[in-house]
Design a protein around this ligand. Structure first.
Ligand code: MGD
Ligand code: MGD
Ligand code: MO
Length: 679
């Protein structure tokens, strides 16, 4: 029996430090707890990660390389040796590249692990062979574009450890008690110190019940709400004139736009009473050290990035960035000033290399938007012939499951999936390769909800014959005769390169120190007021120009309701979706939240089944009639594994491939649907 420490690898802002109990003899993980010494983890793990032992040793975890023997999607495989699998995959890859070029190869990947070696570095292999570039738009690009157009690049906001100093807090478009649970102790401290906490979300959830006030608004209408608050602030002359002159640009244009949005007009658009808008605007402005924790919820709409910009400008309007605890936070990721020019073979996209054999970097290669995978697999000409999926479960998480499934079922598509679980995507693999978990490989971790960099040593032996992603791609590179050294970098090699930027925030943070201490705080100033006098490049000023347009999410006659599909408490995207106790914790099956008014309109009854139909497909769910959602809005929480849905269809059978206004991002909360009562 031993104890060890590791950072949780999952796609979550908290990047927790975990204390693990392991039985070394049987190589089993027995227990996971939160690290009491880590200032952000504060000694507790989340409801999901306490169950990591069940996930790590789950019967659905593939332990050996598998080759398909049944029809695609049947999940019938036979065990093969690594040699056989890798030789065959390398041969198929050679054939595809010889006949159709690198552009016929597509890597599909996201953030199943956030460790930079396993998450980002595998791309070096694909860049070396000139494969398609996957634009990673499924989550954060609309938010990123909005932040950068306002505060420049790199992207970071206030230090979340300063939140207890905030005097007024908006949790705006974030269900933080589900998705950023380690912020909660800081919010409680702020409340203890006198701050009021207001949640802005189209439906009442755990975070709304935690907050002092919940403001329900129509999905996609945040821009109008933000402008109306600005309207009140300007009318009452509560904006900070000196700060606006010193730190911002384009204010006059923005003021003109805000003047167009009196609260009464915004009430008609948002559904938020004008008196509430007035009151909240005054409370927010008068508190000065006012803080907005925002996230990606409001960005998953056709006008999502503009809405996010309108919200992000509010702390600038009142000069909140001058006070500790005041300002905004979307992500801390940009504070990790690593040297990224070799990460994932980024240098191969700079056109510095001559092609040779199968080494054929191609900076002009075609890009595929990952939020349009369905179309890419079914409609692209020339077609994708070889697909490599790792760190992702696209059949369940990508929009247009109908098209994704059609694509994965193509007989002429050669599909390799690297996985820790026999997911619904993995069932379509021609080769399913067993991947190691964060306990079994070394890696370097940043975070997007705090300022601690960390390092994981492997603390267990791999289960079965599981191997890291990077091992698989290095083996394929060797078989293709690729000599590019970065393809063979170990996690240590990569970490040395990443830590070599010379940036003062990384000074003194070496791999040796990370290995000894586990995690280290960046050297950001303790008194961290990042936008006290201006913003990041290129402008150096906070940009009010051009004033963000208000672009609404609108239902239509045929599909009169808007469906939101936000994250569930007990799953992390689709990860953990097969762990029985978490499935039970989530209620055993996905349910639809419907407001009583809408239930009456469409004949939907509590506990009965209803067909939800969008332009793209239909799914069946049990209805829960509840005051929680804004009327006109229905909610399906969680990207459940499909097998738990009454009709075996996941939520993304309903969602579309339409993109956001900036950042070409996903639009998972903007689905026009109608309801058909079934029994
Ligand atoms: N438990 C758990 N934690 C997670 C995840 C998970 O699946 N489960 N996923 C992780 C990942 S990958 C991410 S990106 C983050 C996401 O974490 P969040 O940003 O919190 O999740 P979102 O889907 O972006 O939705 C947040 C809230 O926005 C609301 N919303 C939808 N449309 C609008 C709108 O137009 N305006 C406003 N104001 N609100 C709106 C939704 O109802 C939802 O309550 O969480 C991470 N953490
Ligand atoms: N309808 C709807 N759809 C959504 C969302 C939504 O809110 N609504 N949220 C979207 C968001 S924000 C995101 S970020 C995406 C997330 O989508 P994905 O990035 O696909 O996330 P997961 O579903 O968690 O799947 C990650 C997979 O990676 C595997 N994995 C983990 N570590 C490793 C590793 O080291 N190697 C390999 N080979 N595999 C590994 C896990 O077993 C898991 O199956 O989903 C999006 N989809
Ligand atoms: Mo995400």
């Amino acid at each position: 029996m031993k104890q060890a420490r590791a950072t949780c690898p999952l796609d979550c802002p908290d990047a927790c430090s975990l204390v693990l109990t392991i039985d070394d003899d049987t190589n089993r993980l027995l227990k996971v707890e939160g690290d009491p010494d880590h200032p952000f983890t504060q000694g507790f793990a989340c409801v999901k990660t306490y169950r990591y032992p069940e996930r790590n040793h789950h019967p659905l975890r593939p332990l050996y390389p598998l080759r398909r023997v049944g029809p695609k999607g049947s999940g019938q495989f036979e065990q093969v040796s690594w040699e056989e699998a890798l030789d065959h995959i390398a041969n198929r890859l050679r054939q595809v590249i010889d006949q159709h070029g690198g552009e016929a190869v597509l890597p599909y990947h996201y953030a199943g692990t956030m460790g930079l070696h396993q998450y980002a570095h595998p791309l070096a292999f694909f860049r070396a062979i000139g494969a398609c570039e996957l634009d990673e738009t499924i989550c954060a690009t609309a938010g990123a574009a909005a932040w950068e157009a306002t505060y420049g690049s790199p992207r970071y906001g206030i230090d979340p450890e300063d939140v207890p100093r905030a005097k007024f807090i908006f949790l705006w478009g974030i269900n933080s008690l589900h998705t950023n649970t380690h912020l909660t102790p800081f919010l409680k401290q702020a409340r203890h110190n006198g701050a009021k906490i207001v949640h802005i979300d189209p439906y009442e959830n755990l975070t709304s019940r935690f907050a002092d006030e919940h403001v329900k608004l129509r999905p996609g209408s945040d821009g109008a709400l933000a402008y109306a608050m600005a309207h009140v602030i300007l009318r009452e002359e509560l904006h900070d004139v000196a700060y606006l002159e010193r730190a911002t640009q384009g204010f006059e244009q923005y003021r003109a736009a805000a003047e167009e949005w009196p609260p009464e007009r915004a009430e008609r658009v948002t559904g938020v009473p004008a008196a509430t808008i007035e009151r909240l605007a005054l409370e927010f402005a008068r508190a000065r050290a006012s803080f907005i924790r925002t996230s990606y919820g409001m960005t998953r709409h056709p006008g999502g990035a503009s809405a996010q910009r309108a919200v992000l400008l509010l702390p600038a309007l009142i000069g909140a960035w001058q006070y500790r605890g005041g300002g905004a936070l979307l992500t801390t990721s940009g504070a990790f000033r690593l040297e990224r020019s070799y990460l994932g073979g980024a240098h191969l996209l700079r056109g510095e290399h001559q092609p040779k054999g199968y080494f054929r970097p191609n900076p002009a290669v075609r890009h595929i938007n990952m939020s349009q995978l369905g179309s890419a697999l079914t409609r692209l000409d020339p077609p994708i012939r070889a697909l490599f999926v790792f760190n992702s479960n696209p059949l369940v998480v990508a929009p247009r499951s109908d098209l994704v499934q059609q694509g994965l079922a193509r007989e002429d598509l050669f599909t390799v999936v690297l996985e820790q679980a026999l997911t619904e995507t993995a069932r379509y693999a021609d080769y399913l390769l067993p991947a190691t978990t964060f306990l079994e490989h070394p890696d370097l971790y940043t975070a997007y909800g705090h300022f601690y960099l960390s390092w994981n040593e492997p603390v267990m032996r791999p289960q079965g014959e599981a191997r890291p992603n990077t091992w698989v791609f290095a083996e394929l590179a060797r078989r293709l005769g690729l000599e590019e050294p970065t393809l063979y970098w170990s996690a240590e090699d990569l970490a040395h390169s990443l830590l070599s930027s010379g940036h003062p925030w990384l000074e003194g943070i070496t791999l040796e120190r990370l290995k000894a201490e586990g995690y280290v705080r960046l050297n950001t100033p303790r008194e961290f007021l990042p936008f006290k006098d201006g913003a990041n490049p290129p402008s150096g000023k906070i940009r009010f120009d051009p004033p963000p347009p208000v672009i609404l999410t609108e239902p239509d006659e045929e599909f009169p309701l808007i469906l939101l599909t936000p994250p569930a408490k007990h799953f992390l995207n689709s990860t953990y979706g097969h762990v029985e106790r978490l499935v039970q914790g989530e209620g055993g099956e996905p349910v639809l939240l419907v407001h009583p008014q809408d239930a009456a309109l469409y004949g939907v009854q509590e506990g009965r089944r209803v067909r939800i139909r969008s332009r793209h497909g239909a799914v069946v769910r049990k209805a829960r009639v509840s005051e929680a959602p804004m009327p006109g809005t229905v909610v399906l929480e969680g990207t459940w594994w499909e097998r738990y849905a009454p009709d075996g269809k996941g939520v993304n059978w309903l969602t579309g491939e339409h993109l956001t206004d900036m950042g070409a991002g996903s639009t998972f909360h903007s689905n026009p649907v109608r309801l058909e009562a079934l029994d």
